[in-house]
Design a protein around this ligand. Structure first.
Ligand SMILES: Cc1ncc(COP(=O)(O)O)c(C=O)c1O
Length: 435
């Protein structure tokens, strides 16, 4: 039986898909927090290159992927689509389970898809350095790699709890030539404020974003780069879904259910948005799109959809999104990349419209499924990805009960080779349940 569906290098998509062309009504605009009026797109120019600012609001259905970006993508893209037959057998399910494997990238996750694009656009516009935040370390290592490709310096504020949990992610970020600072730090006003209130703060993505933005605003030749949430980031990630559609054709399949984990929403959106576009154009049916989050950071399942800041120090514009509140500091779960209080406005809109179904799971159950996946398929999911794996296992188990042969597609956002401490805790039975 064929279990791997691979594309040739020349089949790499040459354009990204822009869902802004296909939404029923435009997104609510970002607001300037000082006036509560819509933010002029130019106000973002202090932080982002012009090309990304334009992509935030572009309404063309397809956007060309610049040739130098394609060239870097071709080092590992197109990534494989695989069928998890051994997992299906272990679950005794009639369901067919596929996964799109983004762990094949140089740093081990989908994050390189936008890191390379953002580093490129900054380099051609003359930026010298980028600052950013990282939770799990996947985004920080992706941006460090991408900055190296285009000759940019890079400073990464890494959430303290992940900095302590993941010494080898730290080493990888340094290996690719970036500076790394645990956050909260005494280097910024935002960090000093947090440390004064709580010297033992574990940090959060919201805090690290504040620090990275503050640094970018004050240093010359420096801009800021965000690894998720914003429209241009989701646009760059659509290369995942565009490849997957071609690969599903090779497999002669169209999924009934697509599952992906959501931190800020970028890998999940990158997978599902091109499928949403296909359904919108009337070419295919629309699958169930299931977004999976941790029970201890339940942004979509418990958060309100309202205007809020993207960071703790309230430096960012106000975005209309599901949020747990900009000062929410999530518990120190192992899926560091899912510890974010907010959500991509595009994902929030599609949840509000009933297109995306959110679900939350506890990390104890999530790791049980991840261990099963590793033992059957031989690939170790990142703790974030493990949330998607668990959702797929749940659907496949229900298929076994109801004898339904559904096709399930997993957005496999990254591997967990640097997450062995989390797996050791899972095997020792010492993982904490959310209260
Ligand atoms: C492997 C992996 N998957 C998922 C995520 C969550 O981010 P997003 O929702 O933007 O894909 C992260 C974030 O760090 C990650 O490292």
């Amino acid at each position: 039986m064929k279990t791997s569906f691979t594309l040739h290098q020349e089949e790499l998509p040459r354009q990204w898909y822009n869902v802004l062309a296909d939404l029923d009504r435009p997104l609510d605009p970002p607001l300037d927090p000082r006036t509560n009026e819509p933010l002029a797109p130019d106000a973002l120019r202090a932080l982002f290159p012009q090309a990304c600012v334009e992509q935030e609001v572009a309404t063309d259905r397809f956007v060309d992927i610049p040739e130098p970006v394609q060239e870097v993508y071709r080092r590992w893209r197109p990534t494989p689509l695989q069928r998890a037959v051994a997992l299906e057998q272990a679950l005794k399910t009639p369901a067919r389970i596929y996964f799109k494997y983004e762990g094949a990238s140089p740093t081990g996750s989908h994050k390189t898809n936008t890191a390379v694009a953002q580093a490129y656009y900054n380099a051609v516009e003359g930026t010298k350095n980028l600052t950013t935040e990282t939770g799990a370390g996947q985004w920080g290592s992706a941006l460090a790699f991408a900055c190296g490709m285009f000759g940019l310096g890079c400073t990464v504020f890494m959430v303290r709890v992940s900095y302590d949990q993941k010494p080898y992610r730290r080493a990888m970020i340094r290996l690719f030539g970036a500076d790394i600072i645990p956050s909260p730090s005494s280097r910024t006003q935002a960090g000093r404020g947090i440390l004064a209130a709580n010297p033992d703060s574990p940090g959060s993505l919201g805090i690290a974003i504040s620090e990275a933005i503050e640094e970018a605003v004050h240093a010359s030749g420096t801009k800021y780069s965000l690894g998720s949430v914003l429209n241009h980031v989701l646009l760059h990630q659509t290369v995942i879904g565009l490849e997957t559609i071609q690969q599903l054709d090779l497999a002669g399949e169209w999924p009934d259910v697509v599952v992906g984990c959501v931190g800020g929403g970028s890998n999940f959106a990158g997978l599902i948005l091109p499928m949403f576009g296909e359904a919108k154009a009337g070419r295919r049916s629309r699958p169930r799109f299931v977004a999976v989050e941790p029970r201890s950071c339940p942004t979509l399942t418990r958060g309100a959809c309202r205007y809020d800041h993207g960071d703790t120090a309230k430096l960012t514009p106000l975005l209309k999104m599901h949020t747990l509140g900009a000062d929410f500091v999530p518990p120190a779960i192992h899926a560091g990349g899912l510890r974010y209080h907010g959500m991509a406005p595009i994902v929030s809109r599609l949840v509000a419209d009933g297109v995306i179904e959110p679900v939350a799971y506890d990390q104890v159950d999530v790791f049980e499924s991840a261990v099963l996946f590793a033992r059957t398929e031989g690939i170790i999911p990142a703790p974030e990805t493990a949330h998607a794996v668990h959702a797929a296992v749940e659907v496949a188990r229900r298929c076994a009960e109801t004898d339904e042969a559904k096709a399930i597609l997993i957005g496999f956002s990254g591997h967990g080779h640097f997450d062995m401490a989390a797996y050791e805790a899972a095997l020792a039975g010492t993982l904490q349940r959310a209260t």
